[in-house]
Design a protein around this ligand. Structure first.
Ligand code: NAD
Length: 241
C-alpha cells in the first residue's frame, strides 16, 4: 500500500474532494484523521478517527493537528464566492480569506514543528485553477484567496526543503461535488450553467473527486519525493486552452 503507516490529517473530509482523498488514503493504508465542519458527513469513513472541526477556529484546528501529529496534512476546506470585484463585500472577503487561506496557514503552523522533529512530512493544500493559473469569470474573491494558497505553499516549501518537508498545491478544474451542484442551482438555470461549465472543459466533461484523490495519494506518498513547491494542475485540459 502506498501510504502504509503514514498519519494523515484531512480537513473538509465529509464530501467532495476531501472525502475522496480520505477514502483513497484509507485504501492505501494511511492512519487517517478525517475532520469536517459537519461531523455527520464523516459517516462511513471506517477506520478513520473522525470529528467535527471548523477550520476557522484557530485553537481547535491547531490542537487537533498537533494531537494527530500528521506525516501528511491535507488542507481541503474552502468556499466559492461567485461574483466580480463589484459584487464582493468586506464580509465575504474575510470569509474567503479566513476559510480558504488563513485556515491553511494555521494548520501548517501547527503541523510543521512536529514534522521537523520527525524528519519529514508532506503538506497538500487544495487551491484551484481559478487563481494564478487562469482567470475564471466571476470568481474574484475565490481566485484571490486561492492564489494566496499557491504563494503560501511555495513559501513553506522553500523554507522547509532542507528539513525533509514538502509542500504542494493541487489546482483542480471543475469537479463534481455537492457544492458544485449548489453553485449550478444558484445561477437560476441549472442545465444551462452545467452545459457552460462542461463547454469550457476541452475534455468535454467535469472531473471526479476520485481523480483529484489519485494526485493527493501521489503527493502524500514517497513516490513524489522529488516534488515540492508546485501548483499541480488537474483540470481536464482547461488551463491548456
Ligand atoms: P464541497 O464544497 O462540496 O464540500 C466542502 C466541505 O467543506 C463540506 O463537507 C463542508 O462541510 C466543509 N466545510 C465548509 N466549511 C468548513 C469549515 N469552516 N471547516 C471545516 N470544513 C468546512 O467540496 P469540493 O467542491 O470538493 O471542494 C473541496 C475543496 O476543493 C475546496 O477548497 C474547493 O475550493 C476546492 N476546489 C473545488 C473544485 C470543484 O469544482 N469542486 C474546483 C477547484 C477547487
Amino acid at each position: 500500500m502506498r501510504l502504509e503507516g503514514k498519519r494523515a490529517f484531512i480537513t473538509a473530509a465529509g464530501q467532495g474532494i476531501g472525502r475522496a482523498i480520505a477514502d483513497a488514503y484509507l485504501r492505501e493504508g494511511a492512519i487517517v484523521t478525517a475532520t469536517d465542519l459537519n461531523a455527520g458527513l464523516l459517516k462511513g469513513l471506517d477506520g478513520a478517527t473522525c470529528f467535527a472541526l471548523d477550520v476557522t477556529d484557530k485553537a481547535a484546528l491547531q490542537s487537533a493537528v498537533v494531537e494527530a501529529a500528521p506525516d501528511i496534512l491535507v488542507n481541503c476546506a474552502g468556499v466559492v464566492h461567485a461574483g466580480s470585484i463589484a459584487d464582493a463585500t468586506d464580509a465575504e472577503f474575510d470569509v474567503a480569506m479566513n476559510l480558504n487561506m488563513r485556515s491553511q496557514f494555521h494548520a501548517m503552523q501547527a503541523a510543521l514543528p512536529g514534522m521537523v522533529d520527525r524528519g519529514g512530512g508532506s503538506i497538500i493544500n487544495i487551491a484551484s485553477v481559478a487563481s494564478t493559473v487562469l482567470a475564471a469569470p466571476n470568481r474574484y474573491l475565490y481566485a484571490t484567496s486561492k492564489a494566496a494558497v499557491i504563494a503560501s505553499t511555495k513559501a513553506v516549501a522553500i523554507d522547509y526543503i532542507r528539513q525533509g518537508i514538502r509542500a504542494n498545491a493541487i489546482c483542480p478544474g471543475t469537479v463534481d461535488s455537492p457544492s458544485l451542484h449548489e453553485r449550478l442551482k444558484a445561477t437560476g438555470d441549472y442545465d444551462a450553467a452545467k452545459e457552460a461549465f462542461i463547454a469550457r472543459q476541452p475534455m468535454g466533461r467535469i472531473g471526479l473527486p476520485e481523480e483529484i484523490a489519485h494526485l493527493a495519494v501521489y503527493l502524500g506518498s514517497d513516490e513524489s519525493s522529488f516534488t515540492t513547491g508546485q501548483a499541480h494542475v488537474i483540470d481536464g485540459g482547461w488551463a491548456n486552452g
